[in-house]
Design a protein around this ligand. Sequence first.
Ligand SMILES: Nc1ncnc2c1ncn2[C@@H]1O[C@H](COP(=O)(O)OP(=O)(O)OP(=O)(O)O)[C@@H](O)[C@H]1O
Length: 930
Amino acid sequence: MTTDDSVADLARLGDELPLAHQRVLGSLEAATRRHEQATAARAQAMRADQQRAVALARNRSAQQVIEFGGYVRDNTETATNSAVDDVLATAEYVQLGHLELPGHALGVNEDLELPWVVPLLGRSNLVVFGGDDQARSIVHRVVLAALTGTAPGQLDVIGHDPHLRGWLAPFSGLKDALDGSLYVVSSADDLDKTLDRLIADVQRVTDTMRGSEPTLLDYRRTVGYPAERLQLVVLLDYPIGVTDTMHRKVTTLARVGPAAGICLVVVSGNDTRGGSEGAPQPDRARELHDFGEIIDQRSALRWSRYPHCSAHLSAPTVDEVIKAVADLTARMRTAGGPQVDFVDVEDLNDRWTRSSAEGITFALGRAGRDLVEVRFGDEREQRHNALVTGAVGQGKSNLLKVIIHSLSQRYSPAEVQMYLLDFKDGVSLYPYTSTPHSPDFLPHARVLGLESDRDFGLAVLQEIDAERVRRAAVIKPYGDNIARYRHQVPAATMPRIVLMIDEFQRLFEPGDDAIAGQAAQLLEGLARLGRAYGIHVLLASQSISGISALMARESGLYGQFPIRIGLKNSPQESVATMSVGNDGPARLRHRGEAVINLDYGSLGANRTVTIASAQDDILDSLRHTWWELARDTCPAPAVFDGARLLRPADAVPSIRRLRAARLTAQSGAPSAVIGMPISVSAVPATVTFTAEPGRNLAVLGAGEKLDQLGAAPGETAANHAIGVLQTAALSLALQHPAGDARFVSIELLDDSTASRNNMGPWHHLMARIGFPVDIIDRNGILNFLQEQADAIAEADPAGPATYILAFGLDRIGRLDTPDAFANTPAEVLRAVLRDGPTKSVHVLGWWANTATYQAHLGFAGDGMVDVMVFLRVDQSAVHDFLGPFVTWTVRDNRALWTDRTQLPEPTVLVPFSPVGDQDARVITTAEWGP
Ligand SMILES: Nc1ncnc2c1ncn2[C@@H]1O[C@H](COP(=O)(O)OP(=O)(O)OP(=O)(O)O)[C@@H](O)[C@H]1O
């Protein structure tokens, strides 16, 4: 290649270079443009996508907000309207009104309105800042919602109102329905005590739960019944009147209260000056923020959880509150408390398996998931006796029934024996007796006092005391108590004895007489000394405050009763049952709940128990089983029914025994049966008519109550004077199987009295049993007495007996008109009375009027009549006859019996009533033997 060629090539290249450059630049530009266009197109597409996504998201979220709003509204219904007939219903959430969110902020067209629901009972406290009328409305709304959202009667409202604003006054109707369900204090002192009590409540609730559940509400759900109480504590004008110490207690409660069912509603107004030792107020205000939910209405109404929402309160008017409270109290009155069944506390398949040697245990009910039992006789615990109190209708009878059946199911009659006395006019012990229609009886019952009176109460105490003395002698060689004795003599039978007296205070009323004194002494002795011999006492009463001073002062009886069981009662009774300052029972809410305290009622030892409900059908069938098992080995209990009239037919077994004794010549003289002494042994009162001076019988006083006059014949015949004489005659006649007796009846009764008291049927009956009665009327009486006096003088002492019945002898007048020989008929009567008995002529007479009786017998009457029966006779007349130390008050269905030569002291008895149709049937059809 030449040089010229090279130059030419270079020149060509030089020409082509700019073209190539331009081409390159051109294509670069085109590429850049294409790229830019593509990028712009992509960006536009992405923007469009994004806008679509945002729009979609907005739509979706608006939709969700709307849906969620509906959901919240629906669920609010459920959360705030718990079924209040469910006993566990609790206002855990309450609706106060609604919250509003502006719609444009959410991308929705309308502003959003949501229910304003705040957590409350068991969940949180509430603090309201600002103290004007709106705060009052908030309080009304909160309290009302809490009450209506909780099972009736389960929530107590406690208020502190230092400025006496009366904000809680519209709720005062609560107090009428349930004591203690609203309690408002205004003084700092009272608030302090209330705070102490609330803190004690927290401790007790925590003890009850024993860490098994984190909160009371959980615990209630687990055990399935509303254990303990819920409390809403409203503190107005906080912290007015609140000292530092109290504030610390409030702070503690705010922290631990909700879990224990205590919820604080603190209203802190604009005036926040505290008590004298008040902490710097900003600190307190700051602490209040930690209490729980905050509602601030100092500027606009806000709930601190959602500060961007405006809150709107649905404020009830005062009238609405009052009306709602009235509805609520109506439901509270009918609402029952928690229920535990007998089968929840007693194993029906485990019968009579326990030994009472070391003590006895019975079930009462449940406290939460715990079975609550009481043990008597334990040597270590040294609790032997119990005191039970409860206002009328609060479940005392039910409780006693549970105790009786729990003991009877666990222990056989050889291990536990019961003496049951009921001093009220009730029927609770009737099912334990046998009746003609139902032969079952409670085999563990040794004595049943159905409508006991004081005499019978005393007789039972004496009987048990005698048993104590007997046991002391038996046990002595083996040690000093029943446990040691039974340990060493395992084959021995020595049941524990439980003496249970309902309305025992009646034993001590009027309080200053001989019976009260003896009863207090015996009871105290039994409660103190009986423990060693297996004797335990359970006293029950509606009202002991009247006698508590007597019990504590004179005999120290209460000191023997470490176990106190208080059903709901007044504060005064509660304190009398427990101890000073311990009004636990008064704060119980429901029938069937009780405070049990094993430490002499000391404050701090209270435990709330739901007493088991005595399920009658189950208990009836248990008793039937026990009876089937024990009927052949256990005698029926001795039954005393103080109100029941004693019928002549009731005397048949005794008369049969007396007749048999006469026939076998064990007894030489016949005995008239006149009544039943008030005693445990069923041995009748008898008057033996031996041929001795003085063996006459005088019945003194009116025989019936005036308001019984006019009763239909036969139906309610209750003239006891006539009844005593008729029955005496029947019983005497039946003891003369040989027919060697004559009966004469002096009858001075008016027709109405005679017919009302079945004199005709009595004559008829006497005739049917072989002893027709010779009747002497008013006109024949003087002649008859004269004849008798004459005949007595001549009579053979071994001749047939003559019984002169005299009905209403006082009606003949004083018998002091002398005859031609200056003898008065009264003297003739005295001759019969004085000389008759030794010739087997006995007078059994009734004088309604004691003055006439004295006139008939004269001053020298002593010695003519050994036996007297006083009916409706006043105390002073009794003193005339028996001296100043005998007390006697007129009582229905009772008589006072004295026998100068045979009875150590006057004895109260139930006298017989006149013969009725049924008596006549029984007596004529009874098997009398030869
Ligand atoms: N623990 C309980 N559980 C369920 N019901 C109960 C309970 N205790 C009592 N009751 C019911 O309450 C009512 C009154 O009870 P109870 O007769 O025992 O009261 P009380 O105090 O003995 O009354 P009173 O003194 O007037 O005779 C009864 O209908 C009884 O069934």
